[in-house]
Design a protein around this ligand. Sequence first.
Ligand code: NAD
Ligand code: ZN
Length: 278
Amino acid sequence: MVAELSVELATQLQRATELLQSAKSICVLTGAGISAESGIPTFRDKQTGLWKNFRAEDLASPSAFARDPKLVWSWYQWRRQLVQDKLPNPAHQALAEWQQKNLASSSLISSSSTDISPPNRPQITLITQNVDDLHEQAGSDVIHLHGHLWRNRCHQCDMVYEAADNDSAAIFDDDLILCQHCGGYIRPDIVWFGESLPVEAWQDAEVSAANCEVFMSIGTSSLVYPAAGLAQLAKQNGAKVIEINPNPTPSSIVDITLAAKAGTLVPLLVASLSEWQK
Ligand code: NAD
Ligand code: ZN
């Protein structure tokens, strides 16, 4: 409830609502923080259990996989087990509802395209750094910059690997799998630190950021580039920047900071926008 917010937060929420309400194009970038309330730890959270002595950044890299493929594969199998039963939280759900209401269906804004949204309905492009599928589960159309936790491919020839069956023991098995095409190791289809982003997803994200009137960053530390550069690109092109994060980043480009958890703030923001649009 808005009434339960601090005066400062309620004021910022009001400012954010006014800004979004008048925008024709909105770009939303989400990070691990939006899935934290679904029970998926962020990279800044401490690792737990077996993995408490490892840093995520040291495992999610091509050099780590080259050094010890079994270690990296086992870590991802553990992460998959951790994520498998997690569900979208109110932040994912509210974003999906907002997107659907605005009939944006994440249509990409190209410089030549015309605005297909009805009057007062902005185009909303949702971009995520997350590798989980909670946005899709909630019903959103989303651009994935960092790949997909549930997909695999060969580390050598890039061939997509499909598990032979849906047996969960096989899906989460720690044993390395060899590519049937070239004999290379199968790896998760995730963009690791130091690797390039998928070309099409990145181009779409850049076009959306460069053309939006409001850029909203939710649950990201804004430390991982190039994704973190999207807010700067938007700002350089005249957009206002909103950040939702209980631990706001020290960024100087943010115009409105909503220092609260996404699961609380995003539903309030979307409800507040719906009020305006009535
Ligand atoms: P990050 O771990 O660097 O930062 C997470 C941010 O979320 C922090 O700034 C934190 O303050 C904020 N946060 C924590 N709880 C929040 C909440 N309830 N509401 C809003 N914000 C909250 O994550 P990142 O910026 O996404 O970048 C790290 C990399 O981690 C990305 O490449 C991503 O692919 C990967 N990652 C993905 C997942 C996932 O798919 N769910 C999980 C962990 C890491
Ligand atoms: Zn191969």
